[in-house]
Design a protein around this ligand. Structure first.
Ligand code: ADP
Length: 399
């Protein structure tokens, strides 16, 4: 591997995920996860050249976590402070109205990302801590922020506007921003490559189904709608988040259950979705419970699929028909049942799933619709780290 490596950092409130990779080939030199930062027992797991190092140690803050990761890099032959790393790419959740391109980070940009914390209180402060820590450790290497909202910046007004008092909305930055943009952009681009067609010629729907989940509708490569909104809480049923609900439910809970803002936040972000309905948020666990005859797990699955079909129907009509429907991320890539059930009974729309193709165990981009189907149904693995690495490399090479 040459000297052109990018470090990608995804910093959460108590964890840091990182990858050191070649943005051209996508080859991963090293990757790891620092967990339980600021808690009693911290841990790091670092993998390089097929070797995994683990350590349990108290990690007081993000700087300590990254310093530990840098030690592991050095131990496995990648000294990040020596030559080799050309840029650091950071996943930043909320760019607000301000940031919609990959952005070189300086003190002013960092302050602006911090100011956007009101829109993403769970995410932006952690992103800021990660960026600040890397700036301390690698002061001479350019840092690039890549925003999860960026891809959806140009959503049509009708799709991005909430029907509330327009002045209140304007005063508080309330609009649909959309999230998982890096993944939706990467995967929809891969769909065009896979089909060997110019992106401008394809209308598509992309389901990103991970722990968080969202769906987007794209006309000719440009997003025209997406299910997440002001925050990543809206839309599909997720691992622990409710997705769509009647806003009156919140008022009802505040009035009758006397929940305060933190109680509602906890309920909707961490105690809902699959976990709220079935007690588990991991899809593999859910499948196991369904297999054991658990009625709550079955209902959770049915609600999950019902919501997917609801959005599929809406986006099919918004686009006036589609050329491709694609599934990605942990659940989308690995669950044939979800794909088959979401698209069941739609042959009159030219949409069908071939059972053998759907259950084939492959890890690369693939077609799961029958050969003669009008609509291409695809499974395309997402790779947000690679997309961030490429954005960071592009920006710093031309800067
Ligand atoms: P995130 O990046 O949002 O944390 P992922 O894209 O890793 O999430 O998706 C996590 C989800 O994917 C979990 O619900 C997990 O059960 C599911 N998943 C991952 N791998 C598999 C698999 N091999 N089979 C079934 N489900 C899987």
């Amino acid at each position: 591997m040459g000297g052109n490596l990018v470090l990608v950092v995804n910093s959460g409130s108590s964890s840091i995920k990182y990858q050191l990779l070649d943005p051209d080939s996508g080859t991963i030199a090293a990757a790891g996860l620092v967990e339980r930062i600021g808690e009693d027992g911290g841990a790091i797991e670092h993998t390089a050249d097929g070797r995994t190092l683990t350590e349990q140690v108290v990690i007081p803050d993000h700087t300590a976590g990254l310093r530990l990761a840098f030690e592991k890099f050095a131990d496995t032959g990648h000294d990040l402070t020596a030559a080799g790393v050309t840029a650091v790419g950071h996943r930043v959740v909320h760019g607000g109205e301000v940031f919609y391109e990959p952005t070189l980070v300086d003190a002013r940009v960092l302050a602006a990302i911090d100011e956007l914390s009101a829109l993403a209180p769970l995410h932006n402060p952690a992103n800021v801590r990660g960026i600040a820590a890397v700036r301390t450790l690698l002061p001479d290497i350019p840092q690039v922020a890549v925003f999860d909202t960026a891809f959806f910046h140009g959503l049509p007004d009708a799709a991005k506007t909430y029907a509330i008092d327009a002045q209140v909305a304007a005063a508080h930055g309330i609009r649909r921003y959309g999230f998982h943009g890096t993944s939706h952009e990467y995967v929809s681009g891969r769909v065009a490559e896979f089909l060997n067609r110019p992106p401008e010629s394809i209308d598509q729907i992309v389901f990103h189904l991970g722990n968080g989940a969202s769906v987007s509708a794209l006309r000719g490569g440009q997003p025209v709608d997406t299910s997440m909104g002001l925050t990543p809480l809206e839309g599909l049923v997720m691992g622990t988040r409710s997705g769509d609900l009647d806003p009156g439910i919140i008022l009802h809970l505040m009035r009758t259950a006397h929940m305060d803002v933190n109680g509602v936040d906890r309920l909707l972000n961490r105690g809902s979705g699959l976990r709220g309905l079935a007690g588990v948020n991991d899809f593999r666990e859910l499948r196991r419970l369904i297999g054991a005859g658990d009625a709550a797990a079955r209902l959770a699955y049915d609600v999950y699929v019902h919501r997917l079909r609801h959005y599929l129907g809406a986006y099919l009509i918004e686009l006036g028909g589609v050329d491709a429907i694609t599934f990605t991320a942990g659940v989308g890539e690995n669950n044939p049942d979800v794909r088959a059930d979401t698209l069941a009974g739609l042959s009159r729309f030219g949409i069908a799933v071939d059972p053998d193709r759907n259950t084939a165990r492959e890890r690369t981009a693939r077609r799961i619709s029958p050969p003669d189907a009008k609509v291409e149904v695809l499974v395309v693995p997402t790779n947000e780290e690679l997309a961030i690495a490429r954005a960071a490399a592009d920006l710093t090479q031309t800067a």
